[in-house]
Design a protein around this ligand. Structure first.
Ligand SMILES: [Mg+2]
Length: 168
């Protein structure tokens, strides 16, 4: 059975833009320190499928037009592929929080094929910087790695270091 790392994007793979939390230009694109080195080692040395799962509030509306999203998103994917990191699937929820969509993290509606499929979710992880990522792990029946400073008691590991995630 395959193990999966469900990886958040903003605040986990890239720095979340501090003012509006919206990565809508290449100028705002900054990668998380150490992520290339250690995610590449995870990809090549460990046995996990990599899946990106991201909430992009209102993507496709006037508040976040698609054409401002894709240049940075495509650059992120290309940069990781250049380092040998390939995501088997990229799942993007475009709803606003107040819509309470089942597809929005911590909802699992975009991930039902992992729940129903032949996956070892008990030994899989969600890696993310929000409590919703930790809740997603709970909802999937997998473990959580929380990226943050304050210990998240529901996460197996709390860290700000991709080196530490790799070592763990
Ligand atoms: Mg995040």
């Amino acid at each position: 059975m395959k193990k999966v790392l469900f990886i958040d994007r903003d605040g986990t793979l890239v720095i979340e833009p501090p003012i509006d939390f919206q990565l809508d230009s290449l100028e705002k694109l900054q990668f998380y320190p150490g992520v290339f080195q250690y995610l590449a080692r995870i990809a090549t040395e460990l046995d996990f499928e990599l899946v990106m799962v991201t909430n992009q509030d209102g993507l496709g509306t006037t508040s976040f037009p698609e054409e401002t999203f894709w240049p940075a998103q495509n650059k992120i994917i290309e940069a990781f592929e250049n380092e040998g990191v390939r995501f088997s699937e990229i799942l993007i929820d475009k709803s606003f929080p107040e819509e309470n969509a089942p597809t929005r993290k911590p909802g699992t509606a975009l991930l039902t094929h992992y729940i129903k499929g032949n996956y070892d979710l008990e030994n899989s992880y969600v890696i993310g910087d929000r409590n919703t990522d930790v809740q997603l792990a709970k909802n999937l029946g997998c473990k959580a790695i929380f990226i943050g400073i304050d210990i998240n008691p529901e996460a197996t590991l709390t860290t700000t270091s991709w080196k530490e995630i790799f070592t763990f």
